[in-house]
Design a protein. Structure first.
Length: 152
């Protein structure tokens, strides 16, 4: 489990740095592919595919770079980071933390689900998987349960 902890009882989880670097390398390779197709006058369908690949990989890499750590927890609550937003929810506004297990193509996977309430009462469901957390969602849920103060 790749949990980072510091002195004030906070823990954080994020995608492994090597995976983010690999995404940047793949994004640059796709951009080079696109450039080669444009300069050589390649077919428009190939240019479209290369452009979409470069854009998708660059967005994934940017998200992995900007949203570090993806999830942070401490005595005051949870902080979740995405590419375009960061949300902090005190423990009183964390309704539920659970692990959803699914089976697809003969492979079982787990997702961490966080039910959060905004200040205005709106609800937000945040779903994080192993690639985003850099750890097994079951282990993260256990760590969050240990960090969460007891409910009154």
């Amino acid at each position: 489990m790749s949990t980072l902890s510091d002195q004030d009882g906070r823990s954080s989880w994020s995608a492994p740095a090597g995976a983010v670097v690999a995404l940047w390398v793949l994004a640059l390779a796709a951009a080079g592919w696109l450039t080669t197709l444009v300069v050589s006058g390649g077919d428009p369908a190939g240019q479209l595919i290369a452009g979409l690949a470069a854009l998708g990989l660059a967005l994934a890499a940017a998200s992995g770079t900007r949203a570090r750590p993806r999830l942070e927890a401490g005595p005051d609550g949870l902080t979740v980071r995405r590419l375009t937003w960061t949300r902090h929810a005190p423990w009183a506004r964390v309704d539920d933390v659970r692990v959803l297990r699914t089976r697809r193509f003969g492979r079982e996977s787990a997702l961490l689900e966080l039910d959060l309430r905004d200040v205005d009462g709106g609800e937000r469901l945040v779903i994080l998987g192993r690639p985003e957390l850099g750890a097994d969602p079951e282990d993260v849920a256990e760590a969050l349960a240990a960090l969460r103060p007891p409910r009154p």
